[in-house]
Design a protein around this ligand. Structure first.
Ligand SMILES: [Zn+2]
Length: 160
């Protein structure tokens, strides 16, 4: 078992509509915001494909209970939310970077993303959900296997 799937948290990155608050004179910032895909990213698709092949069925980009947020892959019946976090937007310890242009804005922006992730995790756990965070750089098959283990643990556990 590696570090790939951790029961930590993080949430969907901010969407480009918010750009107004940027003094987004920075072409770099604009480019990044526009290039940001919110769903169906390649890592998400790869993990979903593996899970599907393993026989799992799940909801995609599904709303979460009591939250105006969504998770990338959701097992509604057993209350497991999977987030596939982009290395840039969620500050991956291995690949996270801070752009030089508009440094302060980016620093705040990315910190807020991470804080929102933690908040999402807390809120979900508070209502009995299991949160699974996967980095986009992780191997999709290994990630799917780890998700499967968590699923099996949760569904085989005697209810309290
Ligand atoms: Zn990474």
């Amino acid at each position: 078992m590696s570090r790939e799937v951790t029961e930590v948290d993080r949430v969907q990155p901010e969407q480009s509509g918010r750009l107004s608050s940027v003094t987004a004179s920075s072409a770099d910032a604009l480019r990044r915001m526009r290039a940001q895909k919110r769903k169906d990213t390649a890592p998400e698709l790869a993990i979903r494909r593996q899970l599907h092949r393993m026989g799992f069925r799940y909801r995609v980009d599904h709303p979460l209970p009591g939250l105006r947020r969504r998770a990338d892959i959701v097992f509604t019946a057993c209350e497991i939310a999977v987030f596939v976090d982009g290395c840039f937007w969620h500050c991956c310890p291995q690949h996270g970077t801070l752009p030089k242009n508009n440094h302060d804005w980016w620093e705040k922006k990315l910190r807020e993303n991470v804080e929102r992730d933690r908040d999402t995790d807390r809120r979900l756990r508070a209502v009995g959900w299991t949160v699974v965070r996967v980095w986009e750089h992780e191997d999709p098959l290994e990630a799917a296997k780890a998700i499967a283990r968590i699923y099996q643990q949760k569904t085989s556990a005697p209810s309290a």
